[in-house]
Design a protein around this ligand. Structure first.
Ligand code: GTP
Ligand code: MG
Length: 328
């Protein structure tokens, strides 16, 4: 879904000061171009504003078709911290630039606010909580437009907020997942989440890792990826694991996570492992721990060798053209 044509035409202005960047970008709700002013009920001069909620798959098409965009899908069991990762990134951008990126707008401000309400960084609540993502909801994409001060490119990030039950109902079933979730084929990054709270519990640890392994296998066997898809394997709620201060336990977990990485490397070339504590319990790690590194991984252009195992084995190389592509 990465589209590098349209938005690269940013003004080639020398940006030195962050005040200059503030002028270049703004956090206004995005509106349509002036030539798209519409007539509504016979009254002219109305501008159709985005509804501001999370977007459906169809509502993301105008963005992905015309502008630089990256789709990030977070996959993990219920309660693993997916929504908190998305909302904390949004909230951190309200404080300052992050990973060299500046907030440059959002078409789903209400969607973010709805989800952030109970976890505001300024909140006086002792324990932050995130409302559970409802399974039936079709509005799953949160939109963030970010400006990269180095490359001077604005990129639309679309974060798939998929409930744990939804994705796990397809576990091990390649046919239903490729039919119901075909849009996943053009995903730029998959984030497979392992809940640090479950990893810290010796009775739940193996189940958590096996489940992530099987989910990854289901998605990739269903061919829901492209040659430039990247994968991040992520331990969420890392503060809970870290509290144990057990280096042997972490080494054992790393070893098992490596099995997931080895599996994924058969399909795609860029697989990285991350530790994140988006909304940690007070005192252990700072809010948003690991998110800057994660954002950088999403933002980095795909560089790896793009030929992957299933591509090689599945395509019949009948024509000379196909044979050439394979050799390349
Ligand atoms: N200790 C700790 N708790 C966290 C962290 N991140 C999220 N939580 C808590 O974990 C709970 C679940 O987080 P969510 O973000 O709702 O999880 P989810 O994966 O979106 O859950 P579903 O929408 O039900 O699939 C919430 O109560 C959060 O406050 C973290 O970094 N550390
Ligand atoms: Mg959720």
């Amino acid at each position: 879904m990465e589209n590098n044509n349209a938005e690269n035409k940013m003004p080639t202005l020398e940006v030195e000061q962050s005040s200059d960047i503030d002028k270049l970008i703004n956090d206004d709700i995005e509106t349509l171009d002036s030539d798209e002013i519409i007539e509504e009920d016979g009254r002219s001069g109305f501008i159709k504003l985005p509804h501001g909620l999370a977007l459906t798959v169809e509502e993301t098409y105008p963005i992905t078709a015309s502008e630089v965009s990256k789709t990030i899908i977070l996959i993990g069991p219920f309660d693993s911290g997916k929504t908190t990762i998305e909302t904390t990134i949004y909230q951190l951008f309200q404080r300052k630039p992050f990973a060299g990126l500046y907030f440059a707008g959002s078409q789903s401000l209400f969607g973010y606010e709805e989800r952030s309400f109970y976890t505001r960084l300024e909140s006086k609540k002792e324990t932050a909580t995130t409302p559970r993502t409802s399974r039936s909801v079709t509005e799953i994409f949160l939109h963030l437009k970010l400006y990269d001060s180095k490359t001077k490119i604005k990129t639309n990030y679309l974060f798939g907020d998929i409930s744990g039950e939804e994705i796990y109902s397809h576990l091990g079933n390649v046919e239903t997942i490729s039919e119901k979730m075909a849009y996943l084929k053009s995903v730029d990054s998959y984030v497979f989440i392992l809940n640090g709270k479950q990893l810290a519990d010796k009775n739940k640890r193996n189940g958590e890792i096996d489940q992530a392994y099987n989910m990854a296998r289901t998605i990739f066997d269903a061919k829901l990826y492209s040659s430039s898809t990247k994968v991040q394997v992520l331990i969420s709620k890392y503060d809970i694991l870290k509290k144990n201060n057990d280096a042997n336990l972490e080494a054992a977990i790393d070893k098992r996570i490596q099995c997931i990485v080895d599996l994924l490397k058969k399909y795609v070339s860029e697989v990285t492992v991350h530790r994140v504590a988006a909304m940690p319990e007070p005192g252990v790690l700072e809010v948003g721990y690991g998110l800057e590194e994660l954002l950088s991984a999403w933002n980095k252009p795909h560089t790896g060798n793009q030929v992957v195992e299933s591509y090689i084995t599945d395509y019949k190389l009948n024509s000379e053209f196909n044979k050439l592509i394979y050799k390349m």
